[in-house]
Design a protein around this ligand. Sequence first.
Ligand SMILES: Nc1ncnc2c1ncn2[C@@H]1O[C@H](COP(=O)(O)OP(=O)(O)OP(=O)(O)O)[C@@H](O)[C@H]1O
Ligand SMILES: CC(=O)N[C@H]1[C@@H]2OC[C@@H](O2)[C@@H](O)[C@@H]1O[C@H](C)C(=O)O
Length: 370
Amino acid sequence: MQQAELYIGVMSGTSLDGIDVVAVDFSKQQPTLIASFNDQFPSELHELLHHIALNKALPISQIGYATTWLSQCYSDAINHMCDCAGFDKKDVQAIGCHGQTVQHHPQPPYPYSIQLNNPSLIAAQTQITTIADFRSKDLAYGGQGAPLVPAFHHALFGKSDETVVVLNIGGIANISILQADTPVSGYDTGPGNILLDSWINHCRQLPMDEDGRWALTGTIIPELLTALRHDDYFTQPAPKSTGREHFNLDWLQSHLNHQEKPEDVQATLLELTAITITEPLQNYPSGELLVCGGGAHNSALMKRLQNQLPNWQVLTTDEKGIHSDYMEAIAFAWLARQCLKGIAIDMPNISGASRASILGGIFQADPIIR
Ligand SMILES: Nc1ncnc2c1ncn2[C@@H]1O[C@H](COP(=O)(O)OP(=O)(O)OP(=O)(O)O)[C@@H](O)[C@H]1O
Ligand SMILES: CC(=O)N[C@H]1[C@@H]2OC[C@@H](O2)[C@@H](O)[C@@H]1O[C@H](C)C(=O)O
């Protein structure tokens, strides 16, 4: 029997909705999800991370404290998943842990992308080699450092004659364009769930607009939609990447006259999200749009995507055998594997980096003391 090739992937994304952990076997043609676990952040940690991500004035000690607490949560989630799945941690080759992005600034002269993470703590608490800091090398070669998943989407789905676009709707939305005879490309289109979550949270203290139900009670405000679409990010050519430091509640409120009905603002945000995702795809006559990330559960948003791309087939990646909630975590398991094997990730057409490079830093597990 073929030996399993087990890796663990850990993702906590810009939505700040918690931690996804997966165990993946790469010994078969398609990665096989062996186990998964989703954990919420403790509410105090959630609030702290939110403050840091919004660049609110905080003593630096709070960043240290949040990093250790977060990494402890990652370790606990990994250990919990391994215990529940009942596999021996010695069989796991490595963990790929993205960390929590709190600032992403790929612009010169001093580009940086900050993910809170303590991979030494994770290696110590899990006794599994841990790989982290996946973005810095790409930034060092002049790339955006994001998005990284298009390389994985390519490895996963290959390229066919038909245009295939993989769309992740997380806090930020990003696309990967897979086309025969064309290098894989991909970039962040702009807001995914971030504005929808922020506005409903501000107005109704809810974490999300489930299935877009509140947005559906409102009416799109054309002037507001036009004003929001005027943001320079949307017309900027790729390579490009963005984050919460740009698209956030303050950004939205700077465009409001505060006479709007709140549900109309939500309807407008849903439309903005759908339009900015589909606009770049209007250049293709047809194709397959494979959606993953939490936004794939937003049925109102999914309907708008299909309406705006009438000649496309809009599906979730579940229909292609990859769990849409765990795509990013699976990608970090894959990135850990590529790093451990010393395989360079081909990013130039995606991030604008000057060369392909081996992404991630390795934090070794320690030998067993007898
Ligand atoms: N049933 C639902 N209806 C509407 N929205 C939903 C639903 N389920 C999940 N979501 C949205 O998905 C979000 C979480 O998505 P996901 O976990 O993919 O984000 P992330 O990984 O944090 O983001 P990123 O990919 O930007 O790093 C939630 O914050 C919520 O907005
Ligand atoms: C800097 C950062 O953390 N960016 C995230 C974010 O979330 C979605 C989008 O923006 C993407 O660019 C990226 O995450 C995925 C995992 C990526 O690098 O492909």
